[in-house]
Structure formats: structure tokens, C-alpha cells
Design a protein around this ligand. Structure first.
Ligand SMILES: Nc1ncnc2c1ncn2[C@@H]1O[C@H](COP(=O)(O)OP(=O)(O)O)[C@@H](O)[C@H]1O
Ligand SMILES: [Mg+2]
Length: 375
């Protein structure tokens, strides 16, 4: 899949811009604070209907009331127009100018893998940030996942409120709680299975990628659930979950919340048995995240039947030259890549020669003619 063009209206400092992309390599050059990251963010926003670095409100240009991002994507021979608009705290999402009410029908249309300086939070941040990473990637890969995950969240809220109520009730109605629990378990099974499958797929290639970049063996990630499962078969998950909620009823009522489930999941990153969040150097941690993103490329292709679009934000100042060259070499050459950088120094010449280069100055984008003049 590729993005052919994008039209931006009032997206941060990009007031009115149209960008026509090359189907292979696109590089946006410019000084700091000109709008380079905003361009990548707008593509991410078009794909996922939200930003990875802020709430919706901040995406609207400060002097304006709404923002609209419209893009044309092409997958094999099919072209589609996608748009996301924020007006008065409402979000309007369209495919081919038809409004789409269910986000789950929209998000799988445009698949992006973003590599950005913020990624380090996946490793260093809270478990919620790692779950967020899983949710975002799985939402792009599986309609079923978004659907089940949204339902899960709704039921979880109701169940938590009901548990709080039971705490103060003298004759609690167990039947309603039981039906909520049953519905919750039903959604949890899918969430656990999809997360597990995704992480298993990542582990099939990530250790080799990590070793290729850093020369260190036995890198792997672990899916940590807060319930111990023997395996992830439907029947066995169901049995263990039922038992867990049954045995924890009083504890959950006392706490007024659902204590067990995929909302408590975590991911850990290991070299051998050392947790690299604790023991890893900064370089090892950065490469861990890069390897994770690279491992995803093949998984996206396998699960969706098409290549994702790769967005690389500022990797030339963020990564040493060896790491970034490995990163670039790992990206198959039939994939569309969109890159930001301060200048073209340090970018491999053959890569530059096959790229379309744009200059970004104060929210304005101009295509550069000739690829060899640095700034
Ligand atoms: N809502 C907004 N309205 C107007 N300008 C904004 C808004 N949000 C961010 N900006 C501007 O965008 C610029 C930063 O853009 P960014 O893409 O992060 O820069 P860089 O080129 O360094 O990647 C800053 O000049 C900032 O003031
Ligand atoms: Mg930037």
C-alpha cells in the first residue's frame, strides 16, 4: 500500500498544503520546529484517527476552529480516499466521501509503522504505554481486535461500577455480576489470543534483527499477563478466567474494581534473562524498539496482505550511523518510506539519489529539484 497524496487544512502549522508522495522514498528536510514531524503525524492521524503525541484539540491550528486531513491511498490497483476531520470536538471520518460511523471499519484501511523519538516510552514508560502500543498495532491488523477491545472496555466500566455498588449493598444480586463477568471473559479470550499471537510472531524474527544490528544474541520479548495461563486455547483460557473471577469475588468487591484481565497486561524486553528496561544501555534500548518495529513490517504484510507505510521521524539525529543504516537496509525495497531529517548529511548517497526530497520551512513544503545540495 502507498499513500499517493495528502491534503492538509489547519493541521498544526500546516495551514493549507498538498503533498504528492513518491511511491518509494520521501525525505522531508528542514530546521527544527518547521513542521516536519507534523507531516508524519498527519499521516499517522489519517491512519489511526488520533495522534501519538497529543490530544485532538492540539492538532487544530491555533488560529482556526477545525482541521482536516485527506489522503489518497492505493493498494494493489484500488485507490481510496480517506479523510479525518475534527470540528467542534467531533470527529468525522470518511472513506470515499462516505461517513464511517464505526472506527473499526476505518482503521484497517491505512497501515503505518512509525519510528519516532517518542518510541522509547514503549520501553521506559508505564505498562499502560506498552498496552497502548499493542492496541494500536493490533487495531491496524485486526477488525475483530478493535471490536472486542472496545466492547471489553465498555463491559469493564460497567462491571467496575457494579462491584463498587455491591460493596455497599446488603443483598447483592450476583446474577447480574455473573452475566457481566461472562461477557467480559468472552471478549478477554479474543484479546489474549490476538496479543499472544502477535507477540509470538514478533519473537520469530526479532532476535535475529537485534543480533544483526548490535551483535547481541537472545533478545526476546515476553507477554506478561497478570493471570497465569497454561496455554492460550479458548477452553483453557475460559476455565482459568472463570476460576480466577470466582475466587477473587470478595477481593474485587472490596477493591471496587476488576483486578484481573488484559487491562493489566505488560510486555517485557529481555536479553537472555535480563530485563533491558533495568539492565540495558540506552543504545540497547533504542535498538530494541527499532527491532520491534522492523519485526512488525513482515507481520503487517503477512496479516494484511499488503505492505505498511513506514514513517521515520528524525532517525538521522537519533541513531548512530551503523544503526540507522541497518534500519534502512532492513526495509524491503518495495515499501513506501517517509522520512524527516534536519539535512541530507549522513544519508547514504544511493538512498538519496532514489528519493524525492522536500524542504519544509515554517509550515510550507516545497519540492526540491536535484538531490545533492544538503540544506
Ligand atoms: N496547533 C498548532 N497550531 C499552530 N502551530 C503549531 C501547532 N502545534 C504545533 N505547532 C507548531 O509546529 C511547529 C513544530 O512542528 P514539528 O513538526 O514538531 O517540527 P519539526 O520540523 O522540528 O519536526 C512549531 O513551530 C509549533 O509552534
Ligand atoms: Mg520533529
Amino acid at each position: 500500500m502507498i499513500i499517493r497524496k495528502i491534503n492538509l487544512v489547519n493541521f498544526r502549522n500546516l495551514v493549507k498544503q498538498q503533498i504528492i508522495f513518491d511511491k518509494r522514498i520521501n525525505i522531508f528536510i528542514g530546521d527544527n520546529a518547521q513542521g516536519k514531524t507534523n507531516i508524519l503525524e498527519s499521516i499517522y492521524f489519517l491512519a489511526l484517527t488520533k495522534s501519538y503525541r497529543t490530544n485532538d484539540y492540539n492538532l487544530i491550528n491555533k488560529d482556526e476552529e477545525f482541521t482536516k486531513v485527506k489522503g489518497e491511498i492505493k493498494d494493489t490497483s484500488i485507490s481510496k480516499s480517506l479523510s479525518v476531520e475534527i470540528v467542534n470536538e467531533n470527529k468525522i471520518v470518511r472513506i470515499n466521501n462516505n461517513e464511517i460511523k464505526k472506527i473499526s471499519d476505518y482503521i484497517t484501511n491505512l497501515n503505518v509503522i512509525l519510528v519516532s523519538p517518542e518510541d522509547i516510552n514503549i520501553l521506559q514508560g508505564t505498562p499502560a504505554e506498552r498496552r497502548n502500543f499493542l492496541n494500536i498495532e493490533l487495531s491496524q491488523l485486526s477488525k475483530n481486535y478493535i471490536k472486542k477491545y472496545n466492547e471489553f472496555n465498555k463491559i469493564l466500566k460497567i462491571r467496575n461500577n457494579y462491584l463498587k455498588m455491591l460493596y455497599n449493598s446488603s443483598s447483592p444480586d450476583r446474577r447480574y455480576l455473573d452475566s457481566l463477568t461472562e461477557n467480559l471473559i468472552d471478549r478477554e479470550i479474543d484479546i489474549y489470543q490476538e496479543r499472544k499471537k502477535f507477540i509470538d510472531m514478533i519473537n520469530e524474527s526479532i532476535s535475529k534483527i537485534y543480533e544483526d544490528i548490535l551483535g547481541i544474541k537472545k533478545f526476546n520479548i515476553k507477554y506478561e499477563t497478570n493471570i497465569e495461563f497454561e496455554n492460550f486455547d479458548t477452553d483453557s483460557l475460559k476455565e482459568i478466567l472463570e476460576k480466577k473471577y470466582n475466587n477473587s469475588l470478595q477481593k474485587e468487591i472490596d477493591n471496587g474494581m476488576t483486578l484481573y484481565g488484559p487491562h493489566r497486561d505488560d510486555l517485557k524486553f529481555f536479553i537472555n534473562n535480563d530485563d533491558i528496561k533495568i539492565f540495558g544501555s540506552q543504545g540497547q534500548q533504542k535498538v530494541a524498539i527499532i527491532s520491534l518495529k522492523l519485526a512488525e513490517i513482515a507481520i503487517f504484510k503477512e496479516l494484511t496482505g499488503t505492505n505498511p507505510i513506514i514513517l521515520l521521524d528524525d532517525i538521522f539525529s537519533e541513531l548512530d550511523s551503523k544503526t540507522r543504516n541497518k534500519l534502512i537496509n532492513y526495509i524491503p525495497n518495495d515499501i513506501q518510506v517517509i522520512i524527516t531529517s534536519n539535512d541530507t548529511r549522513g544519508i547514504n548517497r544511493s538512498f538519496l539519489e532514489s528519493a524525492k526530497i522536500y524542504k519544509v520551512v515554517n509550515g510550507k513544503i516545497v519540492e526540491k529539484v536535484g538531490n545533492n545540495n544538503g540544506k
